[in-house]
Design a protein. Sequence first.
Length: 455
Amino acid sequence: MIERLVIFGATGDLTARYLLPGLAALRAAGHLGEGFRLIGAGRHDWDTGEFRRWAADQLTRHAEKLPLSAREAVVAASQYRRTDVMDPAGVAAVVAGHGPVAAYLALPPAVFPAAVSALSGADLPPGSRIVLEKPFGEDLDSAVELNCLLADLVPEQAVFRVDHFLAMTTVQNVLGTRLANRMLEPVWNAAHIAEVDITWDESLALEGRAGYYDGAGALKDMVQNHLLQLLCLVAMEPPISLGERDLRDRKLDVLRSVRPLTDADVVRRTRRARYTAGRLDGRDVPAYTGEAGVDVTRRTETFAEVELELDNWRWAGTIFRLRSGKALRRDRKEVAVHFRPVPHLPLGHSGEAGPNVLRFGLDPEDLTLDLTGIGASAHTFAPLTLTARIDPPDLPAYGRLLLDVLDGKAALSIRGDEAEEAWRVLTPVLSAWAKDLVPLDEYPAGSDGPEELTR
């Protein structure tokens, strides 16, 4: 296990909300030993004492349920170095030391090439690893360029393109439930499944993230990475193992099978919108264009929906609908598998047979199956719902990702060719939207979204 973690961008929101609590969870679970060291690198003119006080405050705010001893141990194991990631000499000084280092780039994607270039001249110790947050590049060309830079720095096995969705227990449950139950796999195909809705709707508005979000939008922020990864887990062929080669090969097969979208397809199969002023949870929410830091000329969307089809034996004829929106009336985060209706109902029964839907709740974590049975009245169809409770995970998603990075287990990271293929899938959408072939609709904050898109 690597015992030295350097976080570039260590004073940002990602470190505060997720990385520090993830490390504290690892310490509480006994995965981090006394030899672990955290080096925070950032542009703030702080010393180690100031960074430790800030880190302790963030852990109190975001990880209060973890033992105080674990939080204090992470703080005590940390130090701070003021560093500009554009400065090769400064970067080299931060990563220098005995033994391999894991360099975590908690930075905006536009900065990745410069940071990787600086690391190239830093003479990384053998066995070191590089960690990048999504999105991996800003488009296909930049993803290819970034992969070339990374290939010159470390072997592909040492590159961790992390997507915390893959470390969520409920996301892994999509694959586990499907493959571990004989009753599901025989009907897991287009003959029995009509549609799959992969949805991440949030009541959360911009919440001060304009610096990143306004340059990305819902399509790049959610659909291009998180939701495409969920698509892969739902649609992939059963892998021989969950090792890094087998699992990632099968995910890549799914992305390669996505039917390319023409401009006409994009117009017909995609939607985009952004929220206007409204009320959410009893408070007034300004229009997206009125949020601090938003550039209205960018026409950034806060709602994106894309319908995809797969050209392969298993899924020909099934629609996969990926959707994500902000500032909506309610949170809805799930994978909903819609089975086709039965071909015939017995005569003599009244009522309608409802659709069979298997729902994987992602947040909160649950599993439900909508069926049809006989209700209180004889010969009368009535809906039945079976619900399963899922035990909370032993580690938070970022704790699991950090443990995999330190242990060198890359199965849940994104391989370079997979990152590029994900951009290829959505490049036609980005192109058509840039040409305004699809109108930018509007919906009030606190609503269910654009009226024609509500499902």
